[in-house]
Design a protein around this ligand. Structure first.
Ligand SMILES: CC(C)(COP(=O)(O)OP(=O)(O)OC[C@H]1O[C@@H](n2cnc3c(N)ncnc32)[C@H](O)[C@@H]1OP(=O)(O)O)[C@@H](O)C(=O)NCCC(=O)NCCS
Length: 151
């Protein structure tokens, strides 16, 4: 059984929303701002309008990435597949299809994700107090590739 990466279709939106809900539930420092139903509606719109990639294993969506307009908006893996290389496969796909690079935000408290991104050649550009994000939590702006590195 292998995990494969493919472009999402609108039919994947409900599975993508469930991966997001389960994955975000592990980020216990986040305030709960949206209902599951709001999240499902949100991802129906995202998948219809933005470049979305899914990781699929045994016919099931186990992770996804949304990258659009120079921003990696989402990278989430289902908790049962954390630490299995699924996030790396999705990240590698993003770099392959967007070799010109992209930016993204991570919460400062998300030490695991920050380690993951730094290991994948991203550079920290800025730390904020979170005033401008929905959760009002300090975040970190990253860029890939790190300036001055060849791709
Ligand atoms: C971050 C994430 C996408 C990485 O995908 P993955 O398939 O677990 O990662 P890989 O197996 O390719 O690489 C393992 C690395 O991922 C990171 N990681 C693993 N589990 C994690 C978790 N629960 N939360 C944050 N980072 C995690 C760690 O850096 C880990 O390496 P290390 O602990 O040995 O240093 C995934 O763990 C995840 O969805 N986490 C929760 C949601 C999240 O933080 N998304 C990123 C938002 S900016």
């Amino acid at each position: 059984m292998t995990t494969t990466i493919r472009r999402a279709t609108t039919a994947d939106a409900p599975s993508i929303a469930e991966v997001f809900i389960a994955s975000r539930a592990t980020m216990t420092y986040l305030p709960k701002l949206h209902t599951a139903e709001d999240t499902r509606q949100h991802f129906a719109q995202v998948v219809a309008g933005e470049e979305t990639w899914v990781a699929e294993r045994d016919g099931k969506v186990v992770g996804f990435a949304v990258i659009d307009g120079g921003w990696l908006h989402h990278l989430y893996v289902v908790p049962s597949r954390f630490n299995t290389g699924t996030g790396s496969k999705l990240f590698d796909q993003a770099t392959k299809v967007h070799p010109q690079g992209f930016q993204f935000w991570a919460f400062q408290q998300n030490a695991g994700a920050r380690r993951f991104y730094e290991r994948h050649g991203c550079a920290l550009m800025k730390l904020t107090d979170g005033e401008d994000n929905e959760e009002k939590l300090p975040d970190a702006l990253y860029v890939w590739p790190a300036p001055g590195t060849a791709t």
